[in-house]
Design a protein around this ligand. Structure first.
Ligand SMILES: Nc1ncnc2c1ncn2[C@@H]1O[C@H](COP(=O)(O)OP(=O)(O)OP(=O)(O)O)[C@@H](O)[C@H]1O
Ligand SMILES: [Mg+2]
Length: 482
């Protein structure tokens, strides 16, 4: 590397020329010259060259005196001295004053270049080190500023943020003010094991679930000390841990509650007039003979009333199930549950000459749940299978056990569900509109009820179906460990 500024201090014009024109310029160094020690000293301080090549024997200030003066001025510029034969004792003094190297006059150009290169290597390394240090300081400053910004954003956001590391003790990496306040975590919790500072079981569970599945986990967390509910999404971040983002959805919950209350009030109020319509319609034949057309109209009224009554019943049920924050749960016997459900639906299947097969292993673990609601969910699934399977079809219910889960599969070889309809069938009031479903009565609430019940039991439900081939619903509940 060249381009460095080199100061030549020599009273001999011959040597100055030799160095400038044959050593420095051809090798792309930038030359500076001084014709004696005084000038050399001044230029060195004013221009701060990268290297000084200085003759020792000069009139006026000698090389040694310049060195001493520079030394005193705190200069760190490396110096190569040029000396004559027989002045080695001078060299010793010069080295004490920090001279890097020396050449004996007359020298050849290659020798001088080598010596210069050696002396400059140190300078170059120092420059590089200084540049790197500067760069590091810059990067550090930027990082600190960015970290401060990020912290400010996370701290001041109204959503709770909790970051947990992937270590065995699950130590907290970050908890912003909102998260600490909402879960009553006192003081600085960073570095503390999660379980020691966080009491909320639901939140601990969902953070755990994200670790086990490696996928984003979600839960609604009701806060114990007030009426609020948080919507929590926990995302695993490889190499970091898991980030829980917590949003206050109390107002949504309240809206939902108001909506449910509205639906349930209206449904309730519709019940009495419906009961009288039904009652009076049933009384009609007893007050006089009806002609054929009147009988036909009456049947229409009765079946319409029946449909609306069922729908209102379902709506009221769904409202109730959704509103139950903590459903009454106990250990339920799955075998008894299924036997009861099958018994209730058997005659519907028989009427359609369908075979209803039940497969249960001798040992079935219990599940923690509400027997009434679980029965209702299974009943809805079985009644769908019967409803949407043509006469003579096959329907089966089988129970299995896997990884601490009880699995219930309800399968039919009925009309099936198209891929376009599948994502919607759990929506409230969604019914498939097709020639095959024409004439089948229903309100489209059955599966929303099933899904709500399954979720209230920490279970999962999914469906596989092929149009014209059949449908399989699978539900999974955590087994009660015995
Ligand atoms: N086993 C099945 N085979 C084919 N289609 C089905 C099956 N189960 C449900 N479906 C389709 O999904 C839709 C939604 O089912 P859901 O049980 O919610 O409502 P429904 O049976 O129409 O009415 P409800 O159960 O409220 O009386 C049904 O209308 C039907 O089209
Ligand atoms: Mg149904």
């Amino acid at each position: 590397m060249a381009g460095e500024r080199v100061l030549v201090v020599d009273d001999s014009l011959v040597y100055r020329d030799l160095l400038v024109n044959h050593v420095l310029t051809p090798n792309e160094y930038v030359p500076l010259t001084a014709k004696d020690g005084d000038e050399g000293y001044r230029v060195a301080l004013d221009e701060a060259p990268d290297l000084i090549i200085m003759d020792m024997q000069m009139p006026g200030m000698t090389g040694i005196q310049v060195l001493e003066a520079l030394h005193e001025a705190g200069s760190e510029i490396p110096v190569i001295m040029m000396t004559l034969h027989g002045s080695e004792d001078l060299a010793v003094r010069a080295f004490r004053l920090g001279v890097k190297d020396y050449v004996i006059k007359p020298f050849d150009i290659e020798e001088m270049l080598m010596v210069m290169d050696r002396a400059l290597t140190e300078v170059r390394l120092r420059h590089e080190r200084d540049a790197l240090t500067q760069e590091l300081i810059e990067v550090n400053r930027t990082l600190k500023a960015e970290r401060r910004q990020l912290e400010a954003v996370l701290t001041s956001t109204t959503d709770g943020v909790l970051v947990v590391g992937d270590h065995a003790e699950e130590r907290i990496i970050l908890a912003n003010d909102t998260a600490r306040r909402d879960f009553c975590m006192r003081g600085d919790v960073v570095g503390e094991p999660l379980r020691e500072v966080l009491e909320d079981e639901i939140l601990v569970d969902v953070i755990q679930r994200a670790k086990e599945t490696g996928e984003t986990a979600h839960a609604e967390v009701p806060l114990s000390d007030d009426e609020r509910t948080l919507n929590v999404n926990v995302t695993p971040i490889p190499g970091v841990g898991r980030v829980a983002m917590m949003q206050d959805i109390s107002y949504l919950k309240e809206l939902d509650r108001m909506k449910s209350e509205f639906v349930s009030t209206v449904s309730h109020d519709l019940r009495s007039p419906l009961t009288s319509i039904k009652g009076f319609a049933n009384l009609m034949p007893s007050v006089g003979t009806l002609n054929e057309q009147q009988i036909y109209f009456l049947e229409k009224i009765q079946s319409g009333v029946e449909t609306v009554t069922t729908m209102i019943g379902d709506l009221l049920d769904l409202g109730r199930i959704e509103a139950e924050v903590r459903m009454e749960m106990q250990s339920c016997d799955v075998r008894a549950l299924i036997e009861r459900v099958v018994e209730g639906q058997q005659n519907h299947a028989e009427l359609k000459r369908q075979t209803l097969q039940v497969e249960m292993p001798p040992q079935i673990p219990s599940v923690l749940g509400n027997a009434l609601r679980l029965g209702q969910a299974l009943s809805n699934l079985l009644s769908n299978a019967i409803k949407y399977t043509p006469e003579g079809g096959d329907i089966s219910i089988s129970v299995g056990r896997e990884n601490g889960q009880v699995i219930i599969i309800i399968e039919d070889d009925g009309i099936g569900i198209s891929q376009e309809d599948l994502p919607h069938i759990f929506d409230k009031f969604y019914r498939v509109d097709s020639p095959e479903t024409e004439g089948i009565i229903g309100s489209g609430l059955g599966l929303s009820i099933v899904k709500t019940i399954v979720e209230k039991h920490s279970g999962r439900i999914w469906v596989e179906s092929q149009l014209g081939k059949g449908t399989t619903f699978t539900i999974m509940f955590p087994a009660v460990t015995q």
